[in-house]
Each structure stands twice: as C-alpha cells, then as structure tokens.
Design a protein around this ligand. Structure first.
Ligand SMILES: Cc1ncc(COP(=O)(O)O)c(C=O)c1O
Length: 350
C-alpha cells in the first residue's frame, strides 16, 4: 500500500514538473511568428505512394521572412535579446543561410539592426536568401570557411559596436541551443492539440535534421506530453552518430535548463544519414523527384537542402514498409524555400 502511494506521488510530481516546464517555456518567448501553423492532410501523396495516412505541418508558413523553422527558435533568443536591451543582432551562416535571413527579418521586426557574417564568397548576383538579406538592409560581411575564426570575427564586431555605444547580441549558427529547443517542444504541443481536435493520434513525425534543435525539441515535447509518437530525423550533413549525439545533448541540456528530471541517450534518437548522398545541399535525382512529386500531388513546394531530403527519406521508408497502412505520419515542413531558386538551372530541366 505504502509503496503504491509513494509511486503514484512520484508519478504526479514528475507530471507536474513537466507541465511546469511547458508553462515556463511559454513565458520565456515573445510571440512574433504567428502560431499555430496549419496542419494539412496529404491524401493524394499518400495514395500515390500506397502509404500510411500522411499529414504536413506547415512551418514553411511561419510569419517571418518566407517562413521556416527558425522562427520558433528565434522567439526565445529575441526575447532574451530584448530583455538585455540589445539594439544590434549579429549572426552567421552560409551565404544562403535560412537562419541568418530569418535573424535579420526578426531583428527588423523588433527594431534592431541586423549584422550577418556569411561564410563563402560574395556572389556576382544577389539571389535567394542573400537577396532578402539585402532587402532587409542587413550589414553583410563575407568570410572564408567555417571554424573558430567566424566566432572570433563576430566577437570583434560586437566589441566595435559596443565601443560605439551599441548593445550587440550574438546568435549562434542555426540558433540551436538548449534555450531554443523549447521552440519545437511547444510545436509538438501545438501539433498534439491539432490532432486532438480532429480526434486522431500521431504515430510518427518526420523532419530534417541539421543542427538538431528541431528534432530535439520535438522529442522533448513528446516526452513532456507523454505521447508515444516516434520522431524520425533525416540528417542533412552529420553522420548518424554525430547527429544523434547532438540531438540527445540538446534534449538533455534543455531538460536541465527547465528543471525536468529527464534524459535520453543517443541510441534513443532515430535519425538516418542515408539521404545525405553527395553532401549538404547537393541536389540529386531522388530529391528532384521528391520535390516534383509533392508539388504535383499536393501543390506544396519543398526545398532541395532540408525538406527535400527529409521527403526522400519518408518516401524510402514507406517503400521499405516501415509504417503500417493506418499509421498517421506527420511531415514537418521546416521551410527553406528562398534557396529553391538557387537550383533553377538543374530543377528547370527536370
Ligand atoms: C529549412 C530548414 N529545415 C530544417 C532545418 C534543420 O533544423 P535544425 O537545424 O533545427 O536541425 C534547417 C536548419 O538550418 C532549415 O533551414
């Protein structure tokens, strides 16, 4: 009897710490990106693939720049920047970085000056995200190659701004930190609410995995909400081992930050690296076919770098019989569409 009472008290304490964490997360962000995003069915795609019931969560429709997953993470970082009185925001990424562009858009929305350190050569033509960066009048610096020198350069810029009376705030590459993981934890809650409304349950969620924050947030969300949905990531550059380690570290770091007694091991993270193929951002025949198939069947556009590769994984897993016919599988559309136009030469001939 005593053991039973003790166990149920422990259970209810754990549950209340989980609910408290979700409340704390809601309090630590500013809302500028227009949630909830739509949840839509993809019946024609499902039929063509002979697959499970397919849904798409339209985070390509977040209300920032041209949409995308970074909006959810940036609601946390910009809350912090605002609290600290920042008036300049410095960030980095590749020349076509979705994240850097969204940082610049968020900065403008909050009346701050965006400064971007973009890794790569300045191109002759400003296009895709870089064109949007230009329209946002971001101060752009081009720098050669990734490495610690990029962070050093951002710090030097920040010091110069400080000396000139500004209050700069640095946002790390990909905006994936334990403090931004809650962006996708709350996205999971949003998704669960949408499924509750239509009287269905989620069996699987599929997403692209880059710096890991999106998948980490979704896993953390599933754990906090006690839902059994399995979150499957398609790594776009890291090996399976590296990606699963990064995702687990982000989940555990965020759990610690929000006082939740929870931790996962990398082996629990379901992430595939089989779809990177020729490398990050390299368009291949499977990605082109996936982009066309989703556009032709559902009128939805994917990007070649992230969501295209995640869709190739989803199609492959369906073909391999990974899912049951009556499973509900949600494809998280994480955006990235401005970069689509950078692939015009190859895609235009497909
Ligand atoms: C369009 C798009 N989808 C997915 C991802 C991957 O998200 P994460 O870095 O959180 O793994 C990114 C990140 O750069 C992205 O820009």
């Amino acid at each position: 009897m005593f053991v039973h009472q003790h166990r149920s008290r422990v259970k209810s304490l754990v549950k209340s710490s989980k609910l408290l964490a979700l409340t704390k997360m809601r309090e630590q962000k500013i809302g500028f990106a227009g949630f909830p995003t739509p949840l839509q069915k993809m019946p024609r795609l499902s039929k063509v693939l002979g697959g499970p019931r397919l849904f798409v969560k339209r985070d390509d429709m977040t209300d920032l720049a041209f949409g995308g997953n970074k909006a959810r993470k940036l609601e946390f970082l910009f809350a912090d920047a605002k609290n600290k009185g920042a008036d300049v925001v410095i960030s980095t990424g590749a020349v076509q970085s979705n994240c850097a562009c969204m940082v610049a858009a968020a900065a403008r929305r909050l009346g701050m000056k965006p400064v971007l350190v973009l890794v790569g050569k300045e191109p002759d033509v400003y296009d895709g995200n870089l064109l949007l960066d230009k329209l946002l009048s971001a101060e752009i610096h081009f720098i050669d190659g990734y490495g610690p020198h990029v962070e050093d350069f951002m710090k030097t810029l920040a010091n110069t701004f400080r000396e000139n009376g500004y209050n700069p705030y640095i946002i790390p590459v990909g905006a994936s930190t334990p403090s931004t993981v809650p962006g996708y934890t709350l996205a999971m809650e949003e998704l669960v609410n949408q499924f509750n409304q239509i009287g269905e349950t989620i069996d699987y969620v599929v997403c692209a995995c880059g710096t890991g924050g999106t998948q980490a947030g979704l896993i953390f969300g599933a754990k906090l909400l006690d839902v059994t949905a399995k979150i499957i990531g398609a790594s776009v550059f890291a090996s399976k081992d590296d990606a699963s380690r990064t995702v687990a570290q982000l989940v555990n770091g965020s759990a610690e930050l929000f006082d939740v007694d929870l931790s996962i091991v990398p082996e629990e993270v379901v992430v595939f690296d089989d779809y990177i193929k020729d490398g990050y951002g390299v368009l291949n025949h499977e990605v082109t076919s996936a982009l066309k198939l989703v556009a032709e069947t559902e009128g939805i556009f994917l990007d070649p770098v992230y969501t295209g590769k995640a869709m190739v994984m989803l199609i492959d897993l369906i073909k391999k019989g990974y899912f049951k016919k009556d499973d509900s599988v949600v494809f998280f559309h994480t955006g990235g569409l401005p970069a689509l136009f950078m692939y015009r030469n190859k895609l235009g001939k497909a």
